[in-house]
Design a protein around this ligand. Structure first.
Ligand code: SAH
Length: 367
């Protein structure tokens, strides 16, 4: 049994059932695993000898292996982590003066097939387990501690790496519980952000079950354009998506949803698009984050000009919608938004985008 990422209640049940131990043993274990970053039972000096021996017999703390590490000129770091013999995923750390953000992956590849994203080109292999999701944070924590002494290197965690987190709901939600748990990574709910391309039923489900910040990859102000850029829109169009977002904020008493909008030259960046967006979002609990497009090999898109991006932002602000421009980080090591590729063997027969429309099959259920 891999204990990494096991939510507190399950860890308590595990030590009770398998080792006849009291719940406080589970709490001690969590402190060792997350606060002190230990993966070795023999180091856990305040645990009784026989408890440690029992643990070693039935459990382990298995963390992913680092395949490569790259550092950007701007301080961003990227790790490729081995998931099995063939597959690799990427995790990115983005330091800023007032915080450190870890951008984690939720799947090996992605099945959403957004036309402007490098991960989509690779296809989809499988969901990450809870341990593989939490393991990214565990590893980054260990690696960063060797370079910064203050301990709190990671102040924010965002599901903005590879994969669609809401398509791996079953494993992403328990992982988030460990990020929020005061015996886990002890982050406030505003500092854990789930970013989704718009899986509407799962947004409603999440509203009931877990309290984190929500980001939504919008990228277009009308269904015709969004169908092309974000194919899941054909199943869950903008109207339904926004209704789910407002419900989420209501239910969670949240502040606002952050809408991500990639700036693609000549595609979604003209002033009329900005005005359409303003009509959708004005008066709503919404913020818009404009992301300059990051290129990758084989893409047909180009980044909007700096002038076009500034103008777009100004139109939104003039119409009363808060819009900011995301500063590009780590692009010299292909660590910027949409550039993560890892190593993925595509196992999907039919993905959502062009391949779907060019076949007569029923849409494959998204995993
Ligand atoms: N699947 C989730 C998580 C990925 S988050 C989602 O879609 O939200 C990564 C963010 O970067 C998303 O907003 C995504 O749309 C955006 N992105 C993807 N490709 C990009 C690119 N080439 N340049 C800039 N941003 C990109």
């Amino acid at each position: 049994m891999n204990l990494l990422g096991l939510p507190r209640a399950e860890l308590e049940a595990f030590v009770a059932e398998r080792l006849s131990a009291k719940p406080f043993r589970a709490r001690q274990l969590m402190k060792w695993i997350y606060r002190r970053g230990s993966a070795d039972f023999s180091q856990m000096s305040d645990l009784a000898q026989d408890f440690r021996a029992g643990l070693s017999a039935v459990a382990e703390i298995a963390v992913p292996q680092i395949v490569t590490e790259q550092s950007s000129n701007d301080g961003t770091r990227k790790w490729m982590l081995r998931m099995d013999e063939v597959q690799g995923i990427e995790t990115v750390y983005i330091p800023e003066p007032d915080r450190g953000t870890l951008c984690i992956s939720s799947q090996v590849g992605c099945a959403m097939d957004c036309s402007f994203c490098a991960t989509a080109q690779q296809g989809f292999n499988r969901n990450l387990s809870v341990a593989e999701i939490v393991g990214q944070v565990w590893l980054a924590h260990r690696e960063l501690a060797t370079t910064r002494a203050d301990g709190r290197n990671i102040t924010n965690i965002v599901f903005m790496g590879m994969g669609e987190p809401l398509a791996n709901y079953r494993n992403v939600v328990p992982a988030m519980r460990t990020f929020l748990d005061d015996l886990g990574y002890d982050l406030s709910r505003r500092r854990v952000t789930l970013s989704t391309s718009g899986l509407v039923p799962q947004i409603y489900k999440l509203a009931e079950e877990c309290n984190v910040a929500l980001a939504v990859s919008l990228h277009a102000p009308n269904d015709e354009l969004r169908n092309e850029l974000v194919p899941i829109n054909r199943k869950h169009p903008i109207g339904e998506l926004l209704a789910a977002c407002w419900h989420y904020i209501d239910k969670q008493n949240g502040r606002s949803v952050t809408f991500e909008y990639v700036m693609l030259d000549g595609v979604n960046d003209n002033p009329e698009h900005a005005r359409q967006l303003a009509r959708l979002l004005k008066g709503r609990p919404a913020k818009l984050n404009l992301i300059p497009f990051n290129a990758f090999p084989g893409t047909r898109y180009r980044r909007s000009s700096a002038a076009a991006i500034l103008k777009f932002r100004d139109i939104l602000n003039d119409h009363g919608v808060i819009a900011t421009i995301r500063r590009t980080r780590g692009d010299d090591i292909d660590a910027a938004c949409g550039q993560l590729a890892g190593r993925v063997t595509d196992r999907t027969l039919v993905r959502l985008g062009t391949r779907l429309t060019s076949t007569s099959r029923a849409p494959a259920e998204i995993r």
